[in-house]
Design a binder for this molecule. Structure first.
Ligand code: F6P
Length: 343
């Protein structure tokens, strides 16, 4: 078979491990020809490809990013682009396409399946907010990076008895904030799922500091929002999938905290550091398992499906189910586990 591969949306540690696994099993086991589309859906629209083979994939397992590059292009938002996608797939004689991406990329994959494209999805996002899979690769790496950063922030915050607000990624869901916050001993964790009350945050910090010289790390997901009417947010730029470019809630939060509590407060925004660099061993293994399962799904003609992790087994789930709603943080994890250490 001639199998196309693409990586779409934000890059994510482990993408190269998926590509390597698909290519290895495709070439050596199924005698497939593998074709890489460049820059996500952009490369399919423009018919830009590279040949993929075992040789090309040597050494990429520990590398972050994606050798296929990526973009946030949405063919359904560009005039004539869907027709161009279909024409490219025909011109390239693609029998099946493996799309590696998050909700947006896989949402496009599902719509294209409706147009007759034979497509299999592989879930990726550091945000871990994709439904139907217990975890996405990239998340573990991002949590590890954020936890290490929080550990470092603790010692400097303690030396100065300061509050440090650490902003992590997480547009719609606070998985990174919750996991890194628990792992790093955060004094507060603020997530998009539950608008925060600045008064409660400040009261908790005051209560904590009243007990002694207790520096506090406040972990905030970039998508966290204050309860309506309590703080003002600015409106920002929007991409082709309608997402606002986030980043900066920590600055706003820090000035409110400093003003309301009188505690000296600093800000650290981790940003893309969480997405760059080498994947953890866990993510390399998960990505490899997903890649192997994806090429097997292609040969079983399990199209319009996504490979997923459930109870440590790789399963196939309909793409339509996976992209219907986002997987948000379990409130019990936040309230029963994380909140036991607040205040
Ligand atoms: O891929 C998801 C994500 O990491 C979000 O957490 C974040 O809001 C977004 O990507 C940032 O995207 P970009 O790299 O396009 O600025």
């Amino acid at each position: 078979m001639r199998v196309g591969l693409l990586t779409g949306g934000g890059d994510c540690p482990g993408l190269n491990a998926v590509i390597r696994a698909v290519v290895r099993k495709g070439e050596t086991f199924y005698s497939d020809e593998l074709v890489g589309f460049l820059d996500g859906w952009r490369g399919v629209i423009d018919n830009r490809t590279i040949p993929l083979n075992v040789e090309r994939c040597r050494g990429i397992l520990p590398r972050g990013g994606t050798i296929l590059f990526t973009s946030r292009t949405n063919p359904y938002k560009i005039d004539g682009a869907v027709e161009r996608v279909l024409a490219t797939l025909q011109e390239q004689r693609i029998d099946a396409l493996i799309a590696i991406g998050g909700e947006d990329t896989l949402g496009v994959a599902h719509r294209l399946a409706g147009e007759g494209v034979s497509v299999v999805g592989v879930p990726k996002t550091i945000d871990n907010d994709l439904s139907c899979t217990e975890v996405t690769f990239g998340f573990h790496t991002a949590v590890q990076i954020a936890t290490e950063a929080i550990d470092r922030l603790h010692t400097t915050a303690e030396s100065h008895d300061r509050v440090i607000v650490c902003e992590v990624m997480g547009r719609h869901a606070g998985w990174i904030a919750t996991y890194a916050g628990i792992a790093g001993g955060a004094a507060e964790i603020l997530v998009p799922e539950e608008p925060f009350d600045i008064d409660v945050v400040c009261e908790n910090l005051k209560a904590r500091h009243a007990k002694g010289r207790f520096a506090s790390i406040v972990v905030v997901a970039e998508g966290a929002v204050p309860k309506e009417g309590t703080m003002t947010l600015q409106s920002r730029e929007v991409d082709q999938f309608g997402h606002v470019r986030l980043g900066g809630i920590a600055n706003l939060l820090a000035s409110e905290i400093e003003e309301r509590t009188g505690f000296e407060t600093r800000v650290t925004i981790l940003g893309h550091i969480q997405r760059g660099g080498t994947p953890t061993a866990f993510d390399r293994v998960l990505a490899t398992r997903f890649g192997i399962a994806a090429i097997e799904a292609v040969h079983d003609e399990a199209f319009d499906h996504m490979v997923a992790l459930r109870a440590d087994q790789i399963v196939r789930v309909p793409l339509g189910e996976a992209v219907t709603e986002l997987k948000t943080v379990d409130p019990e994890l936040l309230h029963d586990v994380a909140a036991a250490f607040w205040g």
